[in-house]
Design a protein around this ligand. Structure first.
Ligand code: SF4
Ligand code: SF4
Length: 296
């Protein structure tokens, strides 16, 4: 199974790529059906390359009733999403295998919480942001791998209906702001210089590690600088979707200076100090299970 694609690059894939070089929109029709009786059942889960999104991790850590740090340590591997070193995480395969750790003879054992990439397959999503445009654009493409017989099934439907069937809309809606952060960081290009290792550590925490993010938001250091109304602050203690979305706002504020979180009047000096500490998240209380991504 190929990963969900966020590349802003529309260059046609090489000749042997399973990605069909045709940009599709929501009302375009595809021919595809996957079902348990199909001869290739589970084939796509035997050789995986799945990039995880923040909401994928939230759903899975809640399913397993473990912390995000534990989930990251146990089930993922870090990788670099671009040539600047922006950290991403991939689902780890079974040891000495290319297979997904969640595939069983009866199918996917985490089906209700399967990642975005699994929901999209055999489609891919391409999010693009042009430098002069304030908004991003989404397009779809078909991924046709030889082993996948779903393309031969006699069912046609629009991409809009396929997304609805796979319940991918909720995932996209949850991750949309994060994708904007990723695209903005990429589209800034090398002109502003190589991002610091610390900024990527902060990006990692705000994107993937909800439990460290919660510790940070509830810390005295945070309270010294940010002025949150109780209606915003209280849900962050228990509501992980609210916390994840707040993390995206925090990323935009810290990485791009988009000021949507009120800062205390006397905090200018403190903020300069905190910025250093933010970019060096919770070093006093490092999570012992997770070593974090390898940074360059
Ligand atoms: S998470 Fe489920 S659907 Fe996705 S690759 Fe693993 S077994 Fe297959
Ligand atoms: S039809 Fe394609 S997606 Fe479905 S089980 Fe077969 S290989 Fe996987």
């Amino acid at each position: 199974m190929n990963e969900h694609n966020d590349s802003p690059d529309l260059t046609p894939p090489p000749g042997n790529s399973p990605v069909q070089p045709v940009k599709l929109s929501l009302d375009d029709t595809i021919q595809f059906q996957c079902h348990t009786g199909i001869a290739c059942f589970n084939q796509c889960c035997q050789c995986i390359d799945i990039q995880l999104t923040p909401y994928d991790i939230l759903r899975l850590k809640q399913r397993f009733k473990i912390t995000a740090s534990e989930f990251l340590a146990q089930y993922t591997l870090p990788f670099e999403m671009d040539n600047q070193g922006m950290p991403g995480v991939r689902l780890k395969t079974l040891e000495d295998s290319t297979a997904c750790p969640f595939v069983t003879p009866a199918g996917c054992s985490i089906y209700e919480d399967r990642p975005t990439a699994c929901r999209y397959y055999a489609l891919g999503l391409m999010s693009m942001k042009h430098q002069l445009s304030p908004t991003d654009e989404e397009a779809y493409f078909i991924v046709k791998e030889d082993h996948c017989l779903g393309h031969l099934e006699p069912r046609t439907l629009t991409i809009r209906d396929y997304r609805r069937e796979q319940e991918v809309e909720e995932y996209d809606q949850m991750n949309r702001e994060w994708r904007q952060v990723v695209l903005k960081k990429r589209s800034a290009g090398p002109g502003i210089g190589q991002p610091s290792v610390r900024s990527y550590q902060f990006f990692f925490m705000g994107s993937y590690d909800l439990d460290r993010l919660r510790n940070f938001v509830l810390s005295d250091k945070f309270a010294e600088v940010y002025e949150l109304e109780a209606a915003t602050f209280e849900p962050l203690k228990t509501d992980e979707v609210a916390l994840m979305k707040f993390g995206f706002r925090l990323l935009k504020q810290v990485l791009f200076g988009e000021l949507t979180i009120p800062v205390k009047a006397d905090a200018l000096q403190k903020r300069a100090t905190l910025r250093q500490q933010q970019l060096e998240p919770d070093l006093e209380n490092p999570n012992k299970d997770y070593q974090g991504p390898v940074m360059v």
